[in-house]
Design a protein around this ligand. Structure first.
Ligand code: FE2
Length: 464
C-alpha cells in the first residue's frame, strides 16, 4: 500500500507525546519532513530536490522475490559515505555469535535483573550479552542481550550491520532517533530497527533497562495464521513506522558500527540523521503488545505457545524459526479439567524468557521483571512445586491472568551462554531448587521389576 506523503517537523521540534506514525507492517511508505523533498516520477533524478542527495538502502538482495524485497530511497543533506575511516573500539560487554564458551552446559539457568551501572552509561555501552546462536559471518542465528542505561546518547549514533534489533523495554521509555524518523517506545511496546539503519537512543526517564534480540537471520515478519484466518495475533495495522524527521546539525558526530562482532567508530562533521524525505518499505517500526489478539483454548488443554507468536524470523526449514518472539500477555484462562499453567516439557527449540512486569504463571517466585531464564535445547522444565500444587488442586473457574507481560525469544539452535553471563553476580545458582519438592503422586504401583542389585551407586562413573 502506498500512502500519501506524510510530513513531520525537524527532530528538534518534534512532539514527544503526539508523535505521528505510518501504520501497517512492511508497507511501502512515502514521507517527507519538508514539502517537496521527494522527487516525482523517478528515484534518482539528475539533481534531487532541495539540494538533497539520493541514496538507496537495500535490506534484501536486489533480486529478492517481490513479497520479501525491502528497500528504501532516502533523500538526505549529505550522503552517508561522507565519513572518516572506521577504527576499532572496545565492545565492552557486547559480544557476538559465535559466542565463546569452552564448556557450554545443559543446565537450566536463571538471572536476577541486570543491575544498573554506576555513573553515566548509554544504551550501547550498557548492552550485556547473555548468549547467542549461529554465526554473524553466515548471517544466521541470534544474539541475546540486555541493556541497562543511565544516560542518553548525544553526539554518538549506532548502527548494527550484523543484525536487526528487536528491543523490548522493561523499565524506562526510549526515544529512538533513526535515519528514517523518531520512535517513542515504552514498556509493553517493542521496537525493531533493521540492520544498517543508524540511530540514537535517548532516555525518556532517568534510567532504562530492557532486552534485545539481535537477529542475524532473515528479518522478522508476521507468522502465518493458517486456520486462524485472516485476522488475529498481531494485526498489520498496529505496526507503526516513523514519519521522516531530520537533524540539520553541523557538529562533530561519531557513528559506532557493529560489524562481524566488533565495534568500529567513524567520524562525521554532521549528524547522520539528515534524511529529509524517504519512500520504501525498509524502515524501523514499533508495536504496542497490548494490541495483540490472544487466542487460547475455550474447551480444554493448553495449546502450544506458538499461538502467542508476535514476530518470526524464518529459517530455511519450514516452521522451524531462526527466532520467534512470543509473548504471554494478560488473557482469560477457561480450560475445563485442565492444568492451566504450561505443562512440563522438553523442546528441541531453545527458550530464553524475560519478564516486563508482573508475575509469570508458571513460576510463583524468583522470575522477576528485568530477570531472565534460559531453558536450552531439551532441558526439562515446567511449573515449580508451588505452582503445580496450586494449579492441580484449585477449583477451576474462568480466571483472568492480568497485570503481567512475559515473553520468550525462541530459537531453533541451542543458545551458547557467554562466560560473562555464567559468571555474573546476578545469576541464580540455586535455580534447580524450584523443581525440588515435587513429590511422587503415583497411586497404582507396579510396572517393571527392578533387576536385583542395581542401584545408583553401582552406575559407572567412567564418563567423569
Ligand atoms: Fe518452555
Amino acid at each position: 500500500m502506498t500512502t500519501t506523503p506524510q510530513r513531520a517537523e525537524r527532530v528538534e521540534n518534534a512532539s514527544v507525546t503526539n508523535r505521528t506514525y505510518l501504520p501497517g507492517f512492511g508497507n511501502q511508505h512515502v514521507t517527507e519532513a519538508v514539502a517537496g523533498a521527494l522527487p516525482e516520477g523517478r528515484n534518482s533524478p539528475q539533481q534531487a530536490p532541495l539540494g538533497l542527495y539520493a541514496e538507496q538502502l537495500s535490506g534484501t538482495a536486489f533480486t529478492a522475490p517481490r513479497a520479501e524485497n525491502r528497500r528504501t530511497w532516502v533523500y538526505r543533506i549529505r550522503p552517508s559515505a561522507a565519513h572518516t575511516p572506521f577504527r576499532r573500539i572496545s565492545r565492552r560487554s557486547l559480544l557476538a555469535s559465535p559466542v565463546v564458551n569452552d564448556c557450554p552446559e545443559p543446565n537450566r539457568l536463571r538471572w536476577d535483573p541486570l543491575p544498573f551501572p554506576e555513573g553515566e552509561v548509554d544504551f550501547v555501552a550498557g548492552l550485556f550479552t547473555y548468549g547467542g546462536t549461529g554465526d554473524v559471518r553466515a548471517q544466521e542465528g541470534v544474539a541475546i542481550h540486555l541493556y541497562a542505561a543511565t544516560s542518553s546518547m548525544t553526539d554518538s549514533y549506532f548502527v548494527d550491520a550484523d543484525g536487526e534489533l528487536l528491543i523490548v523495554p522493561q523499565e524506562g521509555g526510549l526515544e529512538l532517533r533513526t535515519e528514517l524518523g523518531v520512535l517513542d517506545v515504552a514498556p509493553q511496546e517493542i521496537a525493531v530497527v533493521p540492520r544498517g539503519i543508524r540511530f540514537q537512543v535517548r532516555l525518556r526517564d532517568a534510567r532504562a533497562r530492557g532486552y534485545v534480540l539481535e537477529n542475524h537471520g532473515r528479518m522478522f515478519t508476521l507468522p502465518e495464521l493458517g486456520p486462524i484466518g485472516s485476522n488475529g495475533l498481531a494485526n498489520h495495522r498496529d505496526f507503526l513506522t516513523p514519519v521522516a524527521a531530520f537533524e540539520e546539525r553541523d557538529e562533530p558526530a561519531r557513528v559506532v558500527q557493529k560489524y562481524l562482532g566488533g565495534l568500529w567508530a567513524a567520524d562525521y562533521d554532521h549528524s547522520p540523521l539528515d534524511v529529509v524525505g524517504w519512500h520504501g518499505n525498509y524502515a524501523p517500526y514499533k508495536y504496542d503488545l497490548r494490541n495483540f489478539m490472544v487466542i487460547g483454548t475455550v474447551s480444554f488443554d493448553h495449546p502450544d505457545p506458538s499461538i502467542y507468536t508476535v514476530l518470526t524470523s524464518p529459517s530455511g526449514h519450514a516452521g522451524t524459526a531462526n527466532a520467534d518472539f512470543v509473548i504471554f500477555p494478560p488473557r482469560w484462562l477457561v480450560g475445563e479439567d485442565t492444568f492451566r499453567p504450561p505443562w512440563y516439557h522438553r523442546n528441541v527449540m531453545s527458550e530464553f524468557m524475560g519478564l516486563v512486569h508482573g508475575v509469570y504463571d508458571a513460576k510463583a517466585e524468583g522470575f522477576v521483571p528485568g530477570g531472565a531464564s534460559l531453558h536450552n535445547c531439551f532441558t526439562s522444565h515446567g511449573a515449580d512445586a508451588t505452582t503445580y500444587e496450586r494449579a492441580s488442586t484449585v477449583e477451576l473457574s474462568p480466571q483472568k491472568v492480568d497485570n503481567t507481560l512475559a515473553f520468550m525469544f525462541e530459537t531453533r539452535l541451542p543458545v551458547v551462554v557467554s562466560e560473562q553471563a555464567m559468571a555474573a553476580a546476578h545469576r541464580q545458582h540455586d535455580y534447580d531448587a524450584v523443581w525440588q519438592g515435587i513429590g511422587k503422586r503415583f497411586t497404582a504401583p507396579g510396572g517393571f521389576a527392578s533387576p536385583a542389585g542395581v542401584s545408583l551407586k553401582n552406575v559407572p562413573d567412567h564418563w567423569d
